[in-house]
Design a protein around this ligand. Sequence first.
Ligand code: SF4
Length: 408
Amino acid sequence: MPARKDFQSSSRLKQIMADHFLELDRAAKQGSPKVAWCTSVGPAELLRGMGYLVYFPENHGALLGASRLATDLIPTANAMGYSPDICSYLTSDIGSYLKKVTPLTRAYGIESVPKPDVLVYNTNQCRDVKDWFTWYGREFDVPCIGVVTHREVGRVEEHHIGSIARQIRDLVPVLEEVSGRKLDMDRLKEAVKLSKKCTDLWKSVLDTAANVPSPLTFFDATIHMGPAVVARGTQVAVDYYEELLEELDERVSFGVAAVQGEHVRLYWEGMPIWGKLRNLSELFAGLKTCVAASTYCNSWIFEAMDPEEPFESMARAYLELFIARDEAYKEEYIKDRCEQFHLDGIVYHDAKTCPNNSNSRYGMPDRLSRELGIPALILNGDLNDLRCYSEEQATTNIEAFIEQIVEG
Ligand code: SF4
């Protein structure tokens, strides 16, 4: 099996993730700084600007998937009435909490996820996050607040921005009460500034994959996006992506390919299959195929961030996201990426428990294939629930798909 080409930056990445969890663990035990739980595309900059440490349950969900603990934990949440059809991040995370099992123990010697002082969601991705956070709000008896956003948005208009910015401002009094500190605008602006720097660098990192051969695959990017998820709004993330970008630029200048002998290039639409990342990465590499771009990793590009208008720019950044947009916008977006990254085909992951991130159910693959003149493959699976995924079937389908592309 071809090996993954390791990055020199990987050791720094591991350290950042360890520091993140250990710092949260200490804070939760000492009661200071206060800990806020935040959805992945929630207002993390505001929380950082107000002095909170920020914990992201979806990141824990991904760890539960990657460590393959999820499939055993999901039934515990199902038994309490949470359907196997809803978000398997939610069901595996609540199952993990109830069974007192977390991959953080093995990785960092941490007994449990950090207790929240407040929970803050944004429904721009789905309603599941609100239900998920509400459950923990009841469990820990702490405030659960958030932003209820517009969905299926075509053009982002000023009235959209106004309503979201207002909702983000309305979070402030509760956050001040929980932390016992007034909002410091300079600190907030600094967090937004750092978030913008992080986002620009992360975009540049992903854009290096437009080179042929690509120095980076989707599978690498799912790992290296860690700091953009858990540390955006901090200098740590900025420093990390400067280092990673340098390494990637060097790979590009020497023509170093992430997939040796790359001769097919694909787009990945939808969630990763966390428990099968390595298998899939090796399968594609063995077929000399580079999955060079994805919707998922691009979800952490928030170009609108502007420290001069922190509330409005957060509102815009969080609303301009792919997942909150209408079908016409999504199709244009994917078309642009396919052209920019010189792609030969699109793989749609139809994730059983995340219709929000599955775009293969309303005819998009056929429409885009016709327009772009490239084929599409729909893989049935799930982000965390491996009972929904047949490795054998997926392998056969992927092999046949690549053969179809190669034979033209
Ligand atoms: S977008 Fe999908 S994976 Fe993310 S929280 Fe919502 S249902 Fe879960």
